[in-house]
Design a protein around this ligand. Structure first.
Ligand code: IFM
Length: 446
């Protein structure tokens, strides 16, 4: 019997972590921290970096809370040495970061920008000297604006441009970096960017959305092949947000909506990438973009599955929705984090078990963490006990999943630093290290 078939048999999580006779995690379990390029680097106009879709989006009035931008962010481009030292002092064994495509290829294609590549050389070398393994994600949402102007992910050519970009990065860093992921949370940037209009390119168009899904999947498969060719000893994966998709009310209509949200949110990428087929419920919508041989190009052997998880997601029926669901807030009585996200560690445990059964790959949790609107005390310190409680509960859930048989091999907290939280700007802070955005001073939180 699989875990997925028998969720009722799963134990209820205790409210407080209980002492365990022995550590259920593997001796080689990877403990790490995650960030992404646009959220921390800053230096938006330096050393030949090209413009990304987020640079332009942030300049559009009303898009980002408080008018914030990633222009400076955590100034990591200049302060990366300090950030590597923070990672070393935390004792993590791995650091996941993303490469800014427009920093290494300012127009998205063509000649690489030597200064941009040299920055990632310095970062990788700094990490390795500190005994920290670099985990590189090729894409965390900052598409070069020049490619957006050529159609972005709705243009099939974007898959080849991405494969070429993967070749540039692999040939430069592949002698030292072995862990590569293709995309971070493709369902988020496609759904929010092409269907809901919340992220760039701020479209609301079902055809572009389905085209983007397919072309990102194609780009993933093509990049996996490139990375295999160019990186000796590569360990390759893809990073997907996986969260139970629930009906906001127990009506047949909301249940049907939740099934569609599940397809777009959890399976539209992982299923073709790891199982070679789109979910039945959306296969006919994908068909106009899917040419002969595409599913084989997408379904390339991966070494691991990265899972990002924070909380469940909710759907409600909406007859006006072309996708078959509308996004919904969690029910009013759900326990929530300080920024209003539902806290449900058992959902995390179940996601790990179900993903293990469905995809059969070793799992690394590549993001998990808690956001807060935090004020420092007079000394600049933050006593983030709600975050500590969240992390303790979610790590207990991870242990439970492992005890129940999930092959979980690592955990990366989101995030190392308070950073640019997309539409929320700098208001929602996820860092385990506080960043004072005026002075850029870093202070580890409790
Ligand atoms: O900050 C984001 C990250 O970029 C992608 N995953 C979720 C995080 C928190 O919202």
């Amino acid at each position: 019997m699989t875990h997925a078939a028998d969720p009722a048999a799963r134990p209820t999580l205790s409210k407080t972590p209980s002492p365990r006779p022995r550590d259920p995690l593997r001796p080689d379990f990877v403990w790490g921290a995650s960030t992404s390029s646009y959220q921390i680097e800053g230096a938006a106009r330096e050393d030949g970096r090209g413009e990304s879709v987020w640079d332009l989006f942030c300049r559009q009035p009303g898009r980002i809370q408080n008018g914030d931008t990633g222009d400076v962010a955590c100034d990591h481009y200049h302060r990366y040495r300090e950030d590597v030292a923070l990672l070393r002092d935390l004792g993590v064994g791995a650091y996941r970061f993303s490469i800014a495509w427009p920093r290494v290829l300012p127009s998205g294609r063509g000649s690489p920008n030597e200064a941009g590549l040299a920055f990632y050389d310095r970062l990788v070398d700094g990490l390795l000297s500190a005994g920290i393994e670099p985990w590189v994600c090729l894409y965390h949402w900052d598409l070069p604006q020049a490619l957006q102007e050529a159609g972005g992910w709705a243009n099939r050519d974007c898959a080849s441009w991405f494969a070429d970009y993967a070749r540039v990065v692999a040939s430069r860093l592949g002698d030292r970096v072995k862990r590569f992921a293709t995309f971070n949370e493709p369902s988020v940037f496609t759904l929010f960017g092409y269907a809901f209009g919340w992220h760039p390119p701020a479209a609301d168009d079902a055809a572009s959305h389905h085209a983007a899904i397919h072309h990102v999947n194609l780009a993933h498969g093509m990049a996996i092949d490139v990375l295999r060719d160019y990186v000796i000893g590569a360990s390759l994966g893809a990073i997907h947000n996986m969260q139970p998709a629930r009906p906001v009310q127990a009506t047949p209509e909301d249940r049907a909506a939740a099934r569609m949200l599940d397809c777009y949110w959890n399976r539209a990428f992982a299923d073709p990438q790891m199982r070679g087929a789109y979910p039945d419920a959306i296969a006919s919508r994908m068909a106009p973009f899917c040419r002969d041989g595409d599913l084989e190009r997408i379904h390339r052997p991966a070494d691991w599955l990265g899972i990002n998880h924070y909380s469940p997601v909710y759907a409600r029926a909406d007859s006006a929705s072309r996708l078959g669901f509308a996004w919904s807030d969690a029910p009013a009585d759900a326990p929530r984090s300080p920024i209003g996200w539902q806290i449900d560690p058992a959902a995390f445990r179940d996601v790990l078990l179900d993903a293990c059964d469905r995809y059969g790959l070793p799992i690394y949790v590549t993001e998990n963490g808690a956001g807060a609107v935090e004020l420092a005390d007079a000394s600049g310190a933050i006593d983030d006990r709600e975050r500590i409680a969240y992390l303790a509960a979610y790590l207990e859930a991870l242990e439970e999943a492992t005890v129940l048989g999930a092959d979980v091999r690592g955990y990366f907290v989101w995030s190392l630093l308070d950073n640019f939280e997309w539409g929320a700007g700098y208001a929602n802070r996820f860092g385990i290290v506080r960043v004072d955005l005026t002075t850029q001073a870093r202070t580890p939180k409790a």
